[in-house]
Design a protein around this ligand. Structure first.
Ligand code: WT7
Length: 668
């Protein structure tokens, strides 16, 4: 990659004229073009190719998606590609197929049979490789175990597992027999399991005795027991995998051991023929308020989205060793650890534990040990690596890497540059991928052989995706004008429902632009003069400072671009004069000291980077920020702290409760 313009982010002489409602003041001039060598071998190798394909794909999405769907294995071909009765879509009507068959069986007749499907590393250091043939066999056996435990097509199964191959095996076994899985992240509490079991009406839970995290055992089975204690759920069967050999309670008549059950079953399990629109899974995602939403994805459209985007965005080649670091409990783990890579016949790395166990170089060691070629991780992880220091990646040979990816939140240009230089050796393209649990697959992203990238932007829409930024009336706004990010046409991997709550489905995603039939993402964004999408944050988080609407992401980026800062979270706080003031919570890099002088320096730094309007009124130094388990900052809690209130409301998704107490005691 070559930097066409190496200038740092510079403040504009005057704030750009902005007509719409969210102002943007950040200017990022660096552009990185794909290297010729990379482009030559890529699936899509020039911007001309991308643009002409994209135009065709959105002019006639049905033709486009119908053409790609032929790459999947169908028992019976569809009759009609799309039926769109807004806001309800059906894709590939009349088609029959099975997701597990597409991820496994179809690879067994050629050279992929003995190719590694999953290479797993446990936190304590052990390693296991499952070839496609072996994974197929384990999935068939476990599918038979599910049947023995009375699981039928359409039943809901909760999967509450550590990051071990059996988590993927359980998901695929459900898909094989047509059961609907709902993976609950292994870091969630008993309360979360209970809520999800009740909401989904699950009859079976697949879990493990424990899993390893930072050297300790996470008591998974114990949490399941606590979740089922009050008898409010419909769960009749609990299947327990022995992972950690910790002592667990086995409830007679309800709980069985995975390994014992295997003794009773054969390795033959025909896949059930599923309709294109049969449910595949429910994944709960926390809305900003209220109880978690059960996002429903169905069979054909979801599989197609995961398959196609994995192939093109990661530009998969047959010999890639691909590593998505997400937990299977998140949509990223579903689409880019399990379904996408396996549908492509790729080799996926799976790691059980923490990135800083036993030391802060674990990820880099894994990359060197296994010759990882593609790494897909989150900005929150990248900022943690920056905080821990450059010496950790420097210890390992990372030259096997050829492509990097990020997902989950806007990546600050500083973090992007660090990732590019320290991990990618200045040589690997970075795909900054924008998407959501609801979209099922990547929506806005560079194509690594075609798209010139700029630090901090997810660039352009994927094929078939008609993304736009609109004002409140639904009209597209001009270059650099802020607005709401919408998708104007349905796409195959879109959510089909909020489980059991039609009203919420309509209200949350389709009410904002009902007349136009647009999907509203909830994000605020702008497009630059090249049409690149810059996400400025969730619309709910946009600040209104003295009549200026500012996105939180830009102020955070400005803070992180200061050499002492590791991470920052910006929220609004009440201000008598300005309406809202800017409150910043800042964590410093290892070795930096929090002083009043530094606070003043940071205020000036933001004023220089964005403008005086964005200057934080409050700066609080913290040793950590409150995050959800998926790494998203819990702004609601920070808002309460910044306005001097006591923290109330749902904190069940908070990763580390002790952070709260420490934050409340920080002074402004
Ligand atoms: C929200 C969706 C999709 C998997 C992980 C998160 C934010 C996600 C990016 C990105 C800027 C991003 C958005 C989005 N987001 N990726 N590349 N750049 N923002 O899934 O928990 O459903 O969250 O994450 O705000 O709406 P999720």
């Amino acid at each position: 990659m070559s930097a066409k313009n190496k200038k740092k982010s510079t403040p504009p002489a005057a704030a750009p004229a902005i007509a719409a409602n969210i102002e943007s003041h950040m200017v990022e001039n660096r552009v990185f073009k794909p290297a010729k060598e990379f482009a030559k071998k890529a699936h899509v190798s020039s911007m001309d190719e991308y643009r002409s394909l994209w135009k065709k794909s959105v002019r006639n999405p049905e033709k486009f998606w119908g053409g790609l769907a032929r790459e999947l294995d169908w028992r019976k071909k569809w009759k009609q590609v799309l039926e769109w009765k807004a806001p309800f879509a059906k894709w590939f009507i009349g088609g029959k197929l099975n997701v597990a068959e597409n991820c496994l069986d179809r690879h067994l007749h050629g050279p992929k049979k003995n190719k590694a499907a999953i290479i797993w590393e446990g936190e304590p250091g052990e390693s296991r490789t499952l070839t496609y043939a072996q994974l197929h066999r384990e999935v068939c056996r476990f599918a038979n175990v599910l049947k023995r435990n009375k699981v039928k097509k359409g039943d809901r199964v909760l999967i509450y597992m550590p990051m071990i191959p059996e988590a993927a095996i359980a998901m695929l076994a459900c898909a094989r027999i047509g059961a609907i899985h709902s993976v609950v992240f292994g870091g969630f509490s008993a309360e979360s399991i209970k809520d999800r079991a009740n909401d989904s009406g699950a009859t079976c839970i697949v879990t493990a005795d424990g899993g390893y995290r930072r050297g300790a055992i996470v008591p998974l089975k114990h949490n399941v027991d606590a979740a089922l204690k009050d008898g409010s759920t419909k769960v009749k069967h609990v299947i327990v995998f022995r992972r950690a050999h910790n002592e667990v309670h086995i409830e007679e008549g309800r709980d069985v051991w995975w390994h014992r059950e295997l003794e009773y079953v054969s390795a033959v399990c025909p896949a059930v023929e599923m309709d294109s629109e049969d449910p595949l899974f429910i994944l709960y995602t926390s809305g900003s308020t209220g109880k978690p939403k059960g996002i429903l994805h169905t069979t054909a459209g979801y599989l197609l989205g995961a398959y196609v985007t994995t192939k093109y965005v990661f530009d998969l080649r047959p010999d890639d060793i691909y590593w998505c670091t997400a937990d299977v409990g998140w949509i990223t783990g579903h689409s880019y650890l399990v379904y996408g890579p396996l549908a492509n016949g790729a080799t996926s790395i799976m790691y059980e534990g923490a990135p800083n166990w036993p030391e802060s170089d674990r990820f880099w060691k894994i990359i060197a040990d296994h010759g990882v070629t593609i790494l897909y991780t989150a900005p929150t992880a990248i900022r943690a690596f920056i905080k821990w220091g450059d010496q950790w990646p420097a210890r390992h040979d990372l030259t096997s890497l050829r492509l990097l990816g990020t997902v989950g939140e806007p990546i600050n240009p500083e973090a992007w540059m660090w990732y590019h230089q320290k991990i990618g050796g200045g040589r690997c393209p970075i795909v900054d991928t924008w998407w959501q649990t609801e979209t099922g697959a990547i929506m806005i992203t560079p194509l690594p052989g075609a798209t010139p990238t700029k630090p901090g932007t997810a660039t352009l829409p994927f094929f078939g995706i008609d993304a736009a930024i609109v004002d409140d009336a639904g009209n597209e706004v001009g270059p650099n004008e802020g607005g709401k990010l919408v998708v104007r046409k349905p796409w195959p991997s879109m959510l089909r429902a909020v489980w059991g709550d039609k009203a919420r489905y309509k209200e949350a995603y389709w009410s904002e632009f009902k007349k136009q039939g647009f999907y509203f993402t909830g994000d605020g964004a702008r497009r630059d003069k090249d049409g690149y999408f810059w996400i400025v944050g969730r619309i709910d988080d946009v600040l209104n400072v003295a009549g200026h609407r500012l996105g939180t992401a830009e102020i955070e980026s400005a803070l992180v671009s200061h050499e002492s800062v590791a991470e920052a979270a910006v929220v609004g706080c009440p201000d008598e004069i300005k309406g809202q003031g800017v409150a910043a919570f800042v964590t410093l890099k290892t070795g930096q000291t929090p002083t009043d002088k530094l606070k003043e320096e940071l205020r000036k730094h933001v004023a220089n980077a964005i403008g005086p309007i964005a200057k934080p009124d409050q700066i609080r130094f913290a040793d950590a920020l409150p995050k959800t388990r998926s790494g998203k900052i819990m702004r609601r809690l920070l808002k309460q702290i910044a306005s001097g209130q006591t923290v109330t409301g749902d904190t069940t998704t908070l990763e580390d409760f002790s952070i709260l107490a420490r934050l409340q005691s920080t002074e402004e």
